[in-house]
Write a protein that binds this ligand. Structure first.
Ligand SMILES: NC(=O)c1ccc[n+]([C@@H]2O[C@H](COP(=O)([O-])OP(=O)(O)OC[C@H]3O[C@@H](n4cnc5c(N)ncnc54)[C@H](OP(=O)(O)O)[C@@H]3O)[C@@H](O)[C@H]2O)c1
Length: 247
C-alpha cells in the first residue's frame, strides 16, 4: 500500500501535535512532523512512538525560504509525494497591551504576525501544490479562527487582537483564492476554526482540548473526492457536524 504523505507545520506541540497524532492513527497515512527546532520534532516523534505510533520528522521554519527549500528537497528525495498539508503553525501576539486596539497596534508586530500566519502559508502551499498536482490529489487545511469572520468584527472581544485577527482574515482570503485556482482539480483547500483550546497559545481557561480541536482538521484532511473546496468551517465538536462559517 502506498501511504498518503501528510505534512503538518508546527506539529511538535499544541494543536499541530494533536492533528499529527490523530492522522498517525490511520494506517494509510504517513505523518511528517515538522518543527522549526528539530529537537522539538524529535521529542514529539518519540512521544508518538511511546504510544506505538510512527511518524517521520524534519525541521521546517515556514518563514524561512531556505528552510522551506531544504524541506522540499528532503521530501522529494524521501517520499517524492505529498498528499496532505495542514497549515497549523501560527503566532498570536494578542496578550501584548497594544493588541487591545487597532488605534494603538504596533506595525512591526502586525507585520511579523502576517509574515507567519499569511505569507508563510502562501510560501509552503505554493511549494507543495506542484507535488500534489503530479497525482492530482491534495487536501490542504488552513487553521484559522472564527474571530476572523468579517461578521465578528463588531464583537466585543477583549483584547480586540487586530494583528492576529486581520492575519487570519488574510489566511481566509488566501484559502478562497487558492480554491479558485484549484477549481476542477482533486486538490481541495479549506480553512477551519478549531475553537478555543488549552494550548500554550490558548491558555488553561480554554474549554476545548487540542485533541477536540484536531477533529475538524482530520475531517478536512481526509475529505473524499468531490468534497468541499474553499470552505470555512466551524469546530465540528461544538456543532456536532461540519458547519460553514460566514467569511
Ligand atoms: N489555541 C487556540 O485557542 C486557537 C484558537 C484558534 C486558532 N488557533 C490556531 O491554531 C494553530 C496552532 O495553535 P496552538 O494553539 O497549537 O498554539 P501553540 O501551542 O503556540 O503552537 C503554535 C505552533 O506554531 C509553531 N510555529 C510558530 N512559528 C513558526 C514558524 N515560523 N515555523 C514553524 N512553526 C512555527 C510553533 O513552534 P515553536 O514552538 O517553535 O514556536 C508551535 O509548534 C495556530 O495557527 C493558531 O492560530 C488556536
Amino acid at each position: 500500500m502506498t501511504k498518503k504523505v501528510a505534512v503538518i507545520t508546527g506539529s511538535h506541540k499544541g494543536l499541530g501535535y494533536a492533528i499529527a497524532r490523530q492522522l498517525a492513527q490511520k494506517e494509510d497515512i504517513q505523518v511528517i512532523i515538522t518543527s522549526r527546532n528539530l529537537q522539538d520534532g524529535i521529542s514529539a516523534q518519540q512521544r508518538l512512538a511511546n504510544e506505538g505510533l510512527q511518524a517521520d520528522v524534519h525541521a521546517l521554519d515556514v518563514t524561512s525560504e531556505t528552510s522551506v527549500k531544504e524541506f522540499i528537497t528532503w521530501l522529494q528525495e524521501s517520499y517524492n509525494r505529498v498528499d496532505i498539508l495542514v497549515n497549523n503553525a501560527g503566532v498570536n501576539p494578542t496578550m501584548q497591551p497594544q493588541e487591545s486596539s487597532l488605534l494603538t497596534v504596533d506595525m512591526d508586530t502586525m507585520l511579523a504576525t502576517f509574515n507567519t500566519n499569511v505569507l508563510a502559508v502562501a510560501r509552503i502551499t505554493q511549494a507543495l501544490i506542484p507535488l500534489m498536482q503530479v497525482n492530482n490529489y491534495g487536501r490542504i487545511v488552513n487553521v484559522s479562527t472564527e474571530m476572523a469572520s468579517l461578521n465578528s468584527m463588531g464583537s466585543d472581544y477583549y483584547p480586540l487582537a487586530p494583528s492576529y485577527r486581520l492575519s487570519k482574515v488574510g489566511l481566509n482570503g488566501l484559502t478562497a483564492i487558492f480554491a479558485k485556482e484549484l477549481q476542477g482539480t482533486n486538490i481541495l483547500i479549506n480553512a477551519y476554526s478549531p475553537g478555543w483550546m488549552k494550548t500554550d497559545m490558548g491558555g488553561s481557561d480554554a474549554p476545548f482540548t487540542a485533541d477536540e480541536g484536531a477533529e475538524t482538521a482530520v475531517y478536512l484532511a481526509t475529505l473524499p473526492d468531490g468534497g468541499s473546496q474553499g470552505g470555512f468551517f466551524a469546530e465540528m465538536r461544538k456543532f456536532g457536524g461540519a458547519i460553514a462559517l460566514p467569511w
